[in-house]
Design a protein around this ligand. Structure first.
Ligand SMILES: [Mg+2]
Length: 241
């Protein structure tokens, strides 16, 4: 990467809020998240619904509970009354599972984070469907929790598209900076990440390390596509535009 000065003009030139998705983008927990989610639902609601057939990617954890349980015939009242218990049990079991088998970082993630941290004016943060404790567990066991300034979580809104504006609001107290949507970059592995970025005027960078193929991510409208992050200069270029 070119050496950059920290002059105000250099900062202004690259002022960006880069919002990373977690699962499929930064790391993979293998089957741990799905398995522990299923067992928590079973123990709290008496069924895990069609958890094997459900597409988790890009969705918000509290909504996954509601989708699965509604489809399994659980009433909205019961879903709401037991959801906190289900998520708490899931997180407890997730922690035990990740302690045994830590998440695996996607190729090139550490080198990319190192490179991004050297660009003046960039703020790295998280935008994820995980609730905060789930995000913290996954990233802590992967050794990268400390690399992000703040996060926007799966229980901060009722759909992923609403998380972008929450990120803009949260950035101010967390970083002391005001970011416009056009100064943000959403990096993720699902169509929902792309739609989220587009919905608030951000740049949407899609990476093919999740379950969604690159053509589908392109069709969703991603501004840039990467097979993975292993080519750091190329990933930087995709993110910085
Ligand atoms: Mg993802």
């Amino acid at each position: 990467m070119n050496a950059r000065s920290n002059s105000p003009s250099a900062v202004a030139a690259t002022k960006r809020l880069v919002l990373f998705d977690i699962d499929g983008t930064l790391l993979s927990t293998g089957q741990a998240a799905r398995t522990t989610f299923a067992s928590a639902l079973r123990d709290v609601y008496g069924t895990s619904g069609d958890v094997e057939g459900y597409a988790f990617e890009g969705r918000l954890d509290p909504l996954i509970v509601a989708d699965l349980m509604r489809a399994a015939g659980v009433t909205d009242e019961t879903i709401a009354a037991r959801r906190a218990d289900a998520l708490a049990l899931y997180l407890e079991r997730l922690e035990a599972a990740l302690r045994e088998r830590p998440p695996v970082l996607k190729p090139g993630v550490l080198a990319l984070l190192d490179a991004l941290e050297k660009v003046p004016g960039l703020v790295l943060a998280l935008l994820t469907g995980n609730v905060e404790r789930g995000a913290r567990l996954k990233l802590s066991f992967a050794g990268i929790w400390h690399r992000f300034a703040f996060g926007v979580w799966g229980d901060d809104a009722s759909c992923r598209e609403e998380l972008g504006p929450v990120a803009l609001t949260r950035a101010r107290p967390a970083t002391g900076l005001f970011f416009a949507g056009s100064e943000c970059v959403v990096v993720g592995d699902s169509r929902h990440d792309v739609a989220c970025g587009l919905s608030f005027g951000a740049r949407a960078v899609a990476v093919g390390t999740g379950r969604t193929a690159l053509p589908a991510l392109a069709a969703a409208g991603a501004h840039a596509l990467l097979a993975d992050f292993s080519d750091t200069p190329r990933a930087l270029e995709a993110i910085l535009g």
